[in-house]
Write a protein that binds this ligand. Structure first.
Ligand code: NAD
Ligand code: UDP
Length: 327
């Protein structure tokens, strides 16, 4: 990864969330000044423990839809502000859409005003239920624009559109990362995603909940690899000609993932099968040729190792009375 030689002022919207909190930490470690903007809709103050007292860290509690004036000089803006797990983004779908459209527009306008470079956290969900596999960035996707996932998928697609409209108009320098399923510490036990559900269920000796027949696939990236990929994309000198997939191409069926997690946390309970949520993508795996050639980046943490680093986090989380409800 290209290292940044100068200390920058970096705004991280969504910095109290799962990925954002790791990103804030990594930026501080590199000597940058970090301003975290978060509404705590899905993020947690606890994720920032250790950062709140740091002299180069500042927290602004605000919604990106109503961004307060920021007086500081800004060099970089990472936009991670959006709920990310299906139950969280479907809980208030209109708000999800508005966060991604109005919030992204507000941050792009801020980037324009400050002359800052903006990295947008897009998603593999822009490919919808893909008919091309693995998914390269040139694939335009297969998204249902009025289904229950649309608030997120279409919100993120519209956010990409805004980014490239600002870029084409010369109003802001942007980078778009299409993030694939990511896991690690700072996820919440009850966020409804597969890794949090399966690990917490296993730790509580509850049955793992397999949606559908478990033959659908996902490819999971450990959070430190994700943060390295995002920072590398932000810092390459030349603006890439379009979005860049960041994810781990090792693909598993959901049944295989249940088995991998059972190896990390032995669980005697037999899995139970639940209905497949509507529009749940059947398979997903990033084509990361572009990230490799442009950024010299590839994930380094294998699933077995990433799970070993993640299980203790959930074990500790389950000691918190509020989190101990499993998946
Ligand atoms: P997260 O829910 O843990 O973090 C999102 C953060 O954004 C939270 O702290 C939340 O409080 C904040 N936020 C939400 N709406 C906001 C608003 N209107 N104003 C200010 N703050 C707001 O999710 P995450 O997994 O860390 O995801 C971070 C980003 O990466 C998201 O944009 C998500 O869409 C994207 N992404 C994540 C994954 C993944 O597997 N984790 C996959 C694809 C894309
Ligand atoms: N899934 C599952 N059991 C769970 C949670 C999720 O079988 O308890 C499945 C879900 O149907 C999907 C995959 O795991 O096929 C990944 O789900 P997640 O919500 O983590 O992410 P996304 O669907 O957004 O990729």
């Amino acid at each position: 990864m290209e290292m940044t030689p100068v200390a920058r002022t970096v705004l991280v919207a969504g910095g109290a969330g799962f990925i954002g909190s790791h990103l804030c930490e990594a930026l501080l470690e590199q000597g940058h000044k970090v301003i975290c903007v978060d509404s705590f809709q899905t993020g947690r103050r606890d994720n920032l423990t250790g950062l709140l007292g740091h002299p180069n860290f500042r927290l602004i509690e605000a919604d990106v839809e109503r961004l307060p004036p920021i007086r500081d000089r800004l060099d970089r803006i990472y936009n991670l502000a959006s709920p990310a797990s299906p139950p969280a983004y479907q809980a208030d779908p209109v708000r999800t859409m508005m966060t991604n459209v109005v919030g992204t527009n507000n941050l792009l306008a801020l980037a324009e005003k400050k002359g800052a470079r903006l990295l947008q956290a897009s998603t593999s969900e822009v490919y919808g239920d893909p008919q091309v596999h693995p998914q390269p960035e040139g694939y335009a996707g297969h998204v249902n624009c009025n289904g229950p996932r649309a608030c997120y998928d279409e919100g993120k697609r519209a956010a990409e559109t805004l980014c490239y409209d600002y870029l084409r108009a010369g109003r802001a320098e942007v980078r778009v990362a299409r993030i694939f399923n990511t896991y690690g510490p700072h996820m919440q036990c009850d966020d409804g995603r597969i890794v949090s559900n399966f690990i917490c269920q296993a730790l509580l000796d509850q049955p793992m909940t397999i949606y559908g027949n478990g033959e659908q696939t996902r490819s999971l990236c450990y959070v430190s690899d994700m943060v390295e990929g995002l920072m590398a994309l932000m810092e390459i000198a030349e603006t890439p000609d379009g979005p860049v997939n960041i994810g781990n191409p090792r693909e598993f069926t959901i049944l295989e993932l249940a088995e991998q997690i059972r190896r990390a946390v032995p669980n005697e309970a037999r899995p139970v099968f639940r209905p497949l949520p509507k529009d749940d993508p059947k398979r997903r795996r990033p084509d990361i040729a572009r990230a490799k050639s442009l950024l010299g980046w590839a994930p380094r943490v294998p699933l077995e190792e990433g799970l070993k680093k993640t299980v203790p986090w959930f074990a500790q989380e389950l000691q918190r009375p509020v989190a101990a409800s499993g998946g």
